[in-house]
Design a protein around this ligand. Structure first.
Ligand code: GLU
Length: 283
């Protein structure tokens, strides 16, 4: 399928579990927006968190997406001009982004907060945000280097800066650096970028024009906008979909019992019925 417009969207699942009805709705929306715009859709596998990601989840996700009637133009299964489409194979690109931030003096080595570091490989979903990093913990000076080495790196954010963006679904959004989020990890001492850096480097490199994802990543969008700015790149447009919640109002987790696409399909639900059910659950 060739793209007739400049719209480029992406599906960016993390293969650390099976997809549930919440994912179905977000991915269906991403597909719909790309197709309505006559654009292209990229499938990118976000498998940076190696211990949690498994190949069988990748094949399960591809199967679920196909069953939902979602197709894509580029991806690990069909290739494309921006291959590879698995984050675990895109380290050189992330290193380039690190070098760019380093050369412009936007990042600093930081030994603080092991918990942050552990969690930095995954997108921080609702309830997973840590405390704001205090500016006092920034180093006063540090030795300039050309490679990240075995050190964690944070971005130095303009605390007090208001980040505003207009979201296609969530409307006008506003967050303040240093109040709603702080200096975040861009690089881990084990040699891998954080989720935030990898996603920005990939979306920019793959020419993504609109990011469609769950509303629990709105705060990450504010972070990523500042990262785009530091890198000197233009951010894409954003469309954050309402979350699907369970009867207790909680966001559905990856292994939401009985609500995985595979289980519902096995129970005989059609793709249309599943999407209708997910729509009713919007929180
Ligand atoms: N891979 C991320 C997740 O599953 C989504 C990241 C994004 O859409 O930016 O949570």
């Amino acid at each position: 399928m060739s793209a007739k417009s400049s719209y480029r969207g992406r599906l960016a699942p993390t293969p650390s579990g099976s997809l549930h009805i919440g994912h179905a709705l977000t991915f269906a929306r991403a597909w719909e927006r790309a197709r309505q715009a006559g654009g292209a859709l990229v499938l990118r596998v976000e498998d940076l968190d190696a211990p949690r990601c498994r190949p069988e989840f990748v094949s399960g996700i591809i199967e679920d997406l196909r069953w939902l009637g979602i197709d894509w133009d580029e991806g690990p299964d069909c290739g494309g001009p921006f291959a590879p489409y698995e984050q675990s194979r895109r380290l050189p690109l992330y290193l380039d982004a690190w070098r760019r931030l380093n050369a412009a003096g936007h990042i600093y080595p930081s030994a603080h907060s092991r918990r942050d570091v552990e969690r930095a490989l995954s997108a921080p979903h609702e309830g997973e945000e840590g405390p704001v990093f205090p500016a006092q913990l920034r180093p006063e000076s540090f030795e300039r280097v050309e490679e990240p080495g075995a050190v964690n790196w944070r971005i130095r954010l303009p605390y007090g800066r208001v980040v505003r963006f207009r979201d296609a679904l969530a409307g006008d959004c506003e967050f303040v650096a240093g109040r709603d989020f702080g200096d975040f990890l861009v690089w881990r001492k084990d040699g891998w970028p954080s989720y935030e850096l990898a996603v920005v480097a990939d979306d920019a490199a793959m020419g993504v024009s609109e990011v469609v994802r769950g509303a629990d990543l709105l705060l990450s969008t504010a972070r990523q906008i500042l990262l785009y700015e530091a890198l000197g790149w233009a951010p894409p447009l954003f469309c954050h979909c309402p979350l699907v919640r369970d009867a207790q109002g909680r966001r559905l987790a990856k292994r939401a019992a009985g609500l995985s696409i595979a289980e519902l399909r096995a129970r005989g639900l059609s793709a249309g019925e599943l999407l209708a059910m997910a729509t009713q659950w919007h929180g």
